[in-house]
Design a protein around this ligand. Structure first.
Ligand code: NAD
Length: 503
């Protein structure tokens, strides 16, 4: 037990060998309903024996899954897609009850995950190899893409369905078996999806859920039967996962934290900018890795823009995500307090608190983990409120005098996940997309999450590894290539030759 929450709460189990696998470690952690501030479940925290059991099951399932025809594998993907589409409402409610985001937003994340499932239904096309005839006399060369084996996915709390779905549809369609370690803060979505896979006809052991904390993560990172790790979470843990996983010979992609800037040029449509800043700053209570957390206003627009953002903030409703609200609570009390502390830090460092979300009135239980939308102006770029990821509904404004100053600010940061420019000048936008040191860029689009056919991932401290999520890079990550050089003997067989093969 890790806290003094009631011990008679239901325990979210693991999913091993195509069935719920109750916790045997004796270790659990509380899972809260953030809108009422109460632990409603506990989640199993795996020990070494459970880690071994989960990985052994996935390993045993691999040969038959790898050898199943592509057409049969694809049929299971299609069935999963249909079931997910029909029953996504159930999943959205589960997400809201553990994460807190409003139900419409939970449906949005499921839709983006479903996109990757749809991409994976056509994976046969992406698994095609290449063929060159007659590269040398009588010799052909061709390549194939094969699955790796058992792959681990370790996901964060903020997208309990979408982030795992960035990876598992492609990993599974390519013939791998998956062990998913969800966030211990909202683990039930993973179990729900495991049941859906079973219903879709996926053989037991191909999709496993191992609930846990650092012990489960370390188990995946060091186990010899795990071939690759896809991780998403905060930067310090992403770096640790990358270093530990690669030191144990694994292929690792570790997506980290973010601090996303929106650069507003003086010619931008300020109403569009204000709407976008609200949507991207406060959607999902700012708990999105692609949330905008800093508006960089090129003067003289800052005063007008702040007024427009402030007007819109006054209309936002905060409350229980199951009701008709714009924004829900934060995920835990600890996280809410951490986010709120940055408002004080900014204030002490000289920022102006234009709108203060502390102590906001909500449409929900007073014990929920609430923090209202907050707007800070003139945030010093030396303040920790500027340099660190806040991951909550706190939007900072930094005023600059020129486009160049704005780009230098963005490029000077540690993170490089997403950014956006707002302007009506195509030349400026084109220059920005070329100069900015960030992996995903929006032009008059505040949350530029690429669609599933492209790849998702940032630069610098926002991604450790060489490969991004989904799209062509996702296929590359979950497959290994073979090159085959072949000759079928004919009467021109050339006899003994000890020289190095050449044309
Ligand atoms: P987190 O780093 O606390 O946890 C992520 C995962 O790591 C969880 O499964 C957790 O159990 C595990 N973990 C936590 N501490 C660990 C430790 N000491 N050793 C090993 N494993 C550990 O992140 P979070 O709070 O769940 O999620 C929010 C973070 O994720 C933010 O920083 C956000 O920017 C980032 N994020 C990034 C992206 C992206 O695409 N770059 C997407 C979503 C979220």
């Amino acid at each position: 037990m890790t806290t003094d929450t009631p011990t008679d709460l239901p325990v979210v189990p693991h999913w091993i060998d195509g069935a719920e696998s109750p916790s045997t470690s004796g270790r659990t952690a509380p899972v809260f309903d953030p809108a009422i501030g109460v632990a409603t479940k506990r989640v199993a925290l795996a020990d070494q024996a459970e880690i071994e059991k989960a990985i052994a099951s996935a390993n045993a399932a691999f040969p038959a899954w790898r050898d199943m025809s592509l057409a049969k594998r694809q049929n299971i993907l299609f069935a999963f897609r249909e079931l997910l589409n029909e029953r996504k409402g159930e999943l959205a409610e589960i997400i809201t009850s553990e994460h807190g985001k409003v139900v419409s937003d939970a449906l949005g994340e499921i839709a983006r995950g479903q996109e990757v499932v749809e991409f994976a239904t056509g994976l046969a096309h992406h698994l095609k190899g290449e063929y060159s005839e007659q590269v040398s006399t009588g010799i052909d060369v061709y390549s194939t893409k094969q699955p790796l084996g058992v792959v681990g996915i370790i996901s964060p709390f903020n997208f309990p369905a979408m982030v795992p779905a960035w990876f598992f549809p492609i990993a599974i369609a390519a013939g791998n078996t998956v062990v998913l370690k969800p966030s211990e803060k909202d683990p039930s979505a993973a179990i729900w999806m495991a049941k859906l896979w079973k219903e879709a006809g996926l053989p037991d052991g191909v999709f496993t859920v191992l609930n846990g904390d650092k012990e489960a993560v370390d188990g995946l990172l060091t186990h010899p039967d795990v071939r690759a790790i896809s991780f998403v979470g905060s930067t310090p843990i992403a770096k640790y996962v990358y270093e530990t996983g690669t030191a144990h010979g694994k292929r690792v992609q570790a997506l980290g934290g973010a601090k996303n800037h929106m650069l507003v040029l003086p010619d931008a449509d300020l109403d569009l900018v204000a709407d976008s800043a609200i949507n991207a700053g406060f959607g999902s209570a700012g708990e999105r890795c692609m949330a905008i957390s800093v508006v960089v206003a090129v003067e003289p627009v800052a005063d007008d823009l702040i007024a427009k953002i402030g007007e819109r903030m006054a209309t936002l409703t905060v409350g229980d995500g199951r009701r008709s609200c714009d924004m829900g609570p934060l995920v835990t009390e600890v996280h809410r307090d951490k986010v709120a502390s940055y408002i004080g830090i900014a204030e002490e460092d000289g920022a102006t608190v234009v709108v203060d979300g502390r102590g906001i009135e909500v449409d929900g239980d007073p014990n929920g983990f609430w923090l209202g939308p907050t707007l800070l102006d003139n945030v010093p770029t030396t303040s920790r409120a500027y340099t660190e990821e806040i991951f909550g509904p706190v939007l900072s404004v930094v005023r600059v005098q020129s486009y160049e100053e704005g780009v230098a600010l963005i490029n000077g940061g540690a993170f490089g996940n997403g950014t956006a420019i707002f302007t009506n000048d195509g030349g400026a936008a084109r220059r920005f997309q070329n100069e900015v040191q960030v992996g995903m860029i929006g032009i008059n689009v505040p949350i530029p999450v690429p669609v599933a056919t492209f790849s998702f991932g940032g630069w610098k401290d926002s991604l450790f590894g060489d490969t991004k999520a989904h799209g062509a890079e996702g296929v590359k990550f979950f497959t290994q290539q073979k090159a085959i050089t072949s000759r079928w003997l004919d009467p021109s067989h050339g006899g003994i030759n000890l020289g190095f093969p050449q044309n």
